[in-house]
Design a protein around this ligand. Structure first.
Ligand code: FAD
Length: 467
């Protein structure tokens, strides 16, 4: 027998590690480990998504006369024990690129090899593995546009088939523990369904129409013009090759050049995901440290009240509050608004990006270390190819530009339901009595954007040693 250890690849199709195990001709034992060290870093919403995806994958295996073994315990103890129980000579898994995952994998590999069990690992989560797209000097690109050109022009692998029933071992697993049994509360948010069926439906729906409008719609949160595939890519309920192949078919069906360009714009975003995976793989410390060092420490403020207002969506900046409330209620936030709320935290409230990252990590169903850290360090001007420190988003202007009718804002901030778009976008400039009339329950801005913008620039100039 051979063990395939599922981790962030919670699917049977387009799974290169699983296909590698099948190719040996040995019956495959599918395994997932609920590792306490990994769960320690998890949150209710992510564990809820995980359990849903596991349940779906288990059903897939059971329908084919096998089962997904879901074991609890340190992976370095559990994986060798399972391999020994089934007399497996090899364990296969797909590579993960975060520092924590790699540390765990090193321990598991050592324990297996000590016990005489071989390890075989495969790159599956991205098209081009870290180290395969490099500049002339250095092991990864720090500027996305260069990375993108190479990524775009490289051949892509085809999706790989799912196993047949006859390829799988006849095993029976224990029940999957509940959220409560794992020590997690029910999440406050209702996330989208995270199963392969749901992922495929989303890909099919997106690639049959919205992908052709993506380039125009993607920045408008009310338009719903993005794929919302991030939780699936995070959990691996869809394979990157299967998704890419669907986008290529969409490109071939495109009637107009603009439509093809729009498909390209979507593929470009998929490349951002791989860019950040490369950056993280070679710089595991960026989870807690700035990628781009300044001469001096950035003197972030510490202001618990302003931080709480940001978390609660009570800053008095409507688009920021809409985003923060969308995060709380759905476990997802639109990309443009993620950029805005991250900029607001770091450049208006002058608070450390790490506190924002921690909050996102807790509440996002799609939290992905590489993308989340990448997004935060981009917004706080500390990352690779980041927003220059002197370019500070104006949240009122951004709201007017990207949510002109305030439709997105009203959906997530019910206190503003009866206010006009002009009142909402001009909230900062209204007199107290005008605010009281338009939306009595909604707060006045907690800070003055213009004043904070100046302070942010001074903060970064001091860190650069310029003042
Ligand atoms: P689409 O626009 O449909 O894009 C398709 C896919 O491309 C996404 O699912 C994602 O995998 C990838 N992608 C798109 N934009 C980016 C980007 N800017 N960076 C990296 N990959 C991208 N994305 C996450 O997947 N997990 C995170 O934890 C995460 N945290 C973020 C934090 C901040 C502060 C910022 C600014 C961005 C963050 N992003 C994160 C990136 C981006 O916001 C989301 O990937 C996107 O909003 C997901 O929605 P979608 O699937 O509809 O995206």
């Amino acid at each position: 027998m051979i063990v395939h250890w599922h981790r962030r690849d919670l699917r049977a199709s387009d799974n290169r590690g699983l296909a590698r195990a099948l190719a040996t001709g040995e019956p495959v034992v599918p395994l997932f480990v609920l590792d306490p060290t990994v769960l320690e870093h998890a949150s209710p919403i992510r564990v809820a998504c995980l359990l849903e995806a596991l349940d779906d994958l288990r059903t897939w295996y059971r329908d084919r006369g096998s089962d997904l073994l879901v074991a609890r315990g340190e992976a370095s103890a559990v994986v060798p024990a399972v391999a020994a129980t089934y007399d497996a000579g090899t364990v296969v898994w797909n590579e993960d690129y975060s520092g924590l995952a790699r540390e765990r994998d090193r321990a598991v590999r050592a324990a297996l090899e000590d016990g005489g069990i071989a390890v075989d690992t495969v790159h599956d989560a991205i098209h081009h593995e870290p180290g395969s797209i490099t500049p002339n000097q250095g092991d990864h690109y720090a500027v996305f546009s260069y990375f993108w050109k190479k990524w775009r022009d490289r051949d892509k692998r085809e999706p790989v088939d799912a196993p047949d029933a006859g390829d799988l071992a006849d095993v029976t697993g224990d029940p999957i523990p509940s959220l409560a049994a794992l020590g997690f509360d029910e999440p406050d948010a209702t996330p989208q369904t995270v199963t392969t069926t749901a992922a495929r439906e989303r890909v099919a729906a997106f690639c049959s129409g919205p992908i052709y409008r993506y380039a125009d719609d993607r920045d408008y949160p009310a338009a719903g013009g993005t794929s919302r595939l991030s939780p699936h890519l995070k959990w691996g309920t869809i394979g990157p090759r299967e998704l890419y192949a669907a986008t290529e078919r969409a490109a071939r069906r495109a009637e107009a050049t603009d439509d093809r360009e729009s498909v390209r714009a979507f593929q470009r975003q998929l490349a951002w995901r791989e860019f950040y995976a490369h950056v993280l793989a070679f710089n595991p410390a960026i989870v807690t440290e700035n990628f781009d060092g300044y001469e001096h420490e950035i003197e972030w403020r510490d202001d618990p009240d302003e931080l709480e207002a940001w978390k609660a969506g009570e800053t008095g900046y409507p688009i920021v509050d809409a985003g923060m409330r969308q995060l709380r209620t759905t476990g997802w936030m639109h990309n443009r608004v993620r950029m805005l709320v991250a900029s607001f935290l770091t450049k208006d409230l002058l608070l450390d990006w790490r506190v924002g990252y921690d909050w996102f990590r807790r509440l996002l169903a799609d939290h992905d270390t590489a993308n989340d850290v990448g997004g935060w360090q981009w917004a706080s001007s500390t990352g690779t190819d980041a927003q220059p420190y002197f370019r500070v988003f104006n949240p009122m202007k951004q709201g007017r530009e990207y949510d002109p009718d305030a439709e997105y804002i009203r959906t997530h901030v019910p206190e503003l339901a009866d206010a006009s778009a002009d009142e909402i976008h001009g909230w900062h400039d209204l007199e107290p009595e005008q605010r009281e009339r338009a939306a009595p329950g909604y707060p006045a801005p907690i800070v003055d954007h213009a004043e904070r913008r100046e302070r942010a620039i001074e903060l970064f100039e001091r860190a650069r040693g310029e003042s």
